[in-house]
Design a protein around this ligand. Sequence first.
Ligand code: HEC
Length: 105
Amino acid sequence: MQGVVLGLLSSIAILTLTPAANAADARNGETLAKRWCADCHVVAADQRSGTTQATPFSAIADRPGFDAAMLALFLLSPHPKMPDMGLSRAEAADLVAYIATQGGR
Ligand code: HEC
């Protein structure tokens, strides 16, 4: 499901988490974020409100230590204050790619 076409092109099946950022699809990440994350997080510049406890995605992207691989891992592990969304690796990578586009606002 993930990277089949890209895998053919590069002749490498990307199955590890870390390099998936290259293959990630930020547009799909945006769709996922608006569906699953926007109840709590401000996920886009034109969104007015989320809950006050959840960090806006732009703030996450602007952090000095922003690390796509770490963030994807965070999203794949259950987190106390967030529902376990059962994301696939590809979905987590897409979300991270999208979050990365939200910096600098
Ligand atoms: C039910 C509300 C809720 C939903 C839905 C939710 N989150 Fe969160 N999220 C939170 C809260 C609250 C925190 C702050 C947790 C903390 O401080 O420990 C958080 C923290 C985070 C963090 C860490 C932020 C930081 O400051 O390091 C990331 C990244 C994140 N969420 C991403 C997502 C993504 C991506 C989605 C959608 C797939 C999502 N969240 C859906 C409530 C939510």
